[in-house]
Write a new protein. Sequence first.
Lengths: 109, 116
Amino acid sequence: QQQVKQSPQSLIVQKGGISIINCAYENTAFDYFPWYQQFPGKGPALLIAIRPDVSEKKEGRFTISFNKSAKQFSLHIMDSQPGDSATYFCAASSNNLFFGTGTRLTVIP
Amino acid sequence: NAGVMQNPRHLVRRRGQEARLRCSPMKGHSHVYWYRQLPEEGLKFMVYLQKENIIDESGMPKERFSAEFPKEGPSILRIQQVVRGDSAAYFCASSPQQGAQTGELFFGEGSRLTVL
């Protein structure tokens, strides 16, 4: 059973555009929602995270939007760059960290 | 300060052999997590360990898989009698405390197991 559902599976964006990745969850015990970035051949690395008591968190070009009532959250990458091309995983944690299935982002120059 | 170290990075085994994957957590980290990543899929939680204790193994297959994190030395994920379906990347992550509650896990670069 997939604890966190993520879409789209893949995404192609022009340089300078906005990349949007969406996630949804069911377990209301989740209390921390991080996003991880993974480059080919590497392990995932924490990108940005949010707690459910805030609706938005911004760090540079990366923004998480959180909708507690809908149990949904999303990652927005503003002014997307070719260097952002990677696989992005949303996750949710209570005692353990559960990952979405990932979104492969390609930013075209 | 070295990151999470996993070895081997690549391992090839024939069906029926044993695979041992090692993970040395970051210095000062006492919590270790193992995840499995299949091609084009996300990371599946397998097991969470502290020193000498298995805290949660709800993601571990009931047979052939075991994990340990001894008082001294690395954490080891052991797969006995490997089958082709075990081919995957196995990632280890560590945290200084219960990092999963804050999402702050530090991942190694993975061990890629290929079963022929």
